[in-house]
Ligand binder design. Structure first.
Ligand SMILES: Cc1ncc(COP(=O)(O)O)c(C=O)c1O
Length: 408
């Protein structure tokens, strides 16, 4: 496991973590919302604008070629990072939300009235609303996999939901609200047996364990750079090449064409067919530094260390009177979600904030899940590889103090 001195070395890459808020050391436990960025990522953004700022894929001059090469190198690195078979399967987007919207648009022609799309009760709004919009357009129907009392997806229900009308199953790999790890391998297998495609929302999985899209056999995998130590405004969609080739483009414009006349347009090959307009070049180039950062530490070591932090947090939180820990029996990744009885999550979060501890409170863009849990929201602490055991202990102490303050 990563040692305390290794964690200190890792933290040295994140100067932002050294600051104080309210004259207290800042403890950042809102990593599921966005992670901090290592200096290498920040420097790469500067470096791009200072030295090779030019538009890409318009190889007319020297610096433009350097920018294009750097961007394509990032694509190749990302391909290796998730073990896709071909760079044509890596589509750069603004983030998970855009990746999911992209698929919901390009599969439109393959969805007919009465067809069904299966989601789960654990989904983020980004993996609900685009499918709702598609279903409204095509008079198709959403079906929902319920959770059981441990907040795990009920796979027996999935068996009953899957049928010949199912076109797609879209579920997250890890729930952002509760941290539950979903059995995506089983879900993919079951969906494929029924001839349905599978989209996995990997926003909360990609920085916590090794993702191998080929081994998963998934059709589409969506994720954001900013949740894996990269910049905001960048993300990717992995899609099996054979599938992406079948679908039409979703946006028209520059970069995605071979030839345009007023009569008709010939589209470019993948991945450019699905990347209209000038991308976030600096962000894509800088994102590559985040892959290197993660690879240098090793995904397996990250997973072991973060699981250790999570287990320590849950063990201590459970000892606090009046604390309700969600999904406590489920397999979880780097997120703990709880409430104090008789206290609104916002009040708990505000007290923690005054103690220098940044957590997230509210519905976490998962309102349907909050309704199922019958909760107004939760307090969510989420961990990254730079968090320390001491920070976890301070969180639990602070929650204990908040409990006393709010309940007495
Ligand atoms: C599970 C999940 N899906 C989708 C998203 C949306 O990601 P983004 O806002 O980067 O597009 C998030 C963000 O919190 C998330 O946690």
């Amino acid at each position: 496991m990563l040692s305390p001195s290794e964690i200190l070395e890792i933290r040295a890459n994140f100067p932002i973590l050294c600051q104080e808020v309210y004259q207290k050391p800042w403890i950042y436990l809102d990593n599921a919302a966005t992670t901090q960025k290592p200096s290498a990522v920040i420097n790469a953004i500067d470096e791009y604008y200072l030295t090779i700022n030019a538009n890409v894929h318009r190889g007319v001059h020297y610096i433009s070629n350097l920018a294009t090469e750097a961007m394509e190198q990032s694509r190749e690195h990302l391909r290796q990072f998730i073990n896709a078979s071909n760079v044509q399967e890596i589509i750069f987007t603004k983030g998970t939300t855009e990746s999911i919207n992209l698929i919901s648009v390009i599969i439109s022609d393959f969805i007919n009235e009465g067809d069904e799309i299966i989601l789960s009760e654990l989904e983020h709004h980004s993996n609900i609303v685009p499918w709702q919009m598609l279903c409204q357009r095509k008079k198709a129907r959403l079906r929902i996999i319920p959770i059981d009392r441990n907040a795990c997806l009920n796979l027996e229900c999935l068996d009953t939901l899957l049928n010949e009308r199912t076109r797609l199953v879209a579920v997250n790999h890890v729930s952002n609200a509760l941290g539950v790890i979903n059995p995506v391998r089983k879900i993919i297998k079951k969906a494929h047996e029924q001839g349905a495609w599978v989209l996995i929302d990997g926003a909360q999985a990609i920085s916590h364990s090794q993702i191998d899209v080929r081994e998963l056999g998934v059709d589409f995998y969506a994720f954001s750079a900013h949740k894996m130590y990269g910049p905001t405004g960048v993300g990717a969609l992995y899609g099996k090449r054979k599938l992406l080739e079948r679908f039409p483009p979703w946006q028209g414009g520059g970069e995605m064409i071979k030839e345009v006349s007023f009569e008709k347009t010939l589209y470019a090959e993948l991945p450019f067919k699905l990347e209209a307009g000038t991308p976030n070049i600096a962000g894509i180039i800088a994102w590559e530094q985040a892959f290197s950062f993660l690879e240098h530490i090793g995904m397996e070591r990250i997973k072991i260390y973060e699981t250790y932090l999570l287990d320590e947090a849950n063990r201590s939180l459970q000892e606090i009177p009046n604390l309700l820990l969600y999904a406590n029996r489920a397999l979880r990744s780097a997120v703990t979600s709880f409430n104090l009885s008789c206290a609104h999550p916002f009040d708990v979060g505000s007290i923690l904030d005054r103690m220098g501890i940044a957590v997230r409170t509210g519905h976490h863009c998962a309102q349907p899940l909050m309704r199922v849990l019958n909760a107004p929201g939760t307090v969510r602490a989420s961990f990254a590889v730079y968090n320390t055991l001491e920070e976890v202990e301070k969180l639990c102490d602070a929650v204990g103090k908040a409990s006393k303050m709010l309940i007495s």
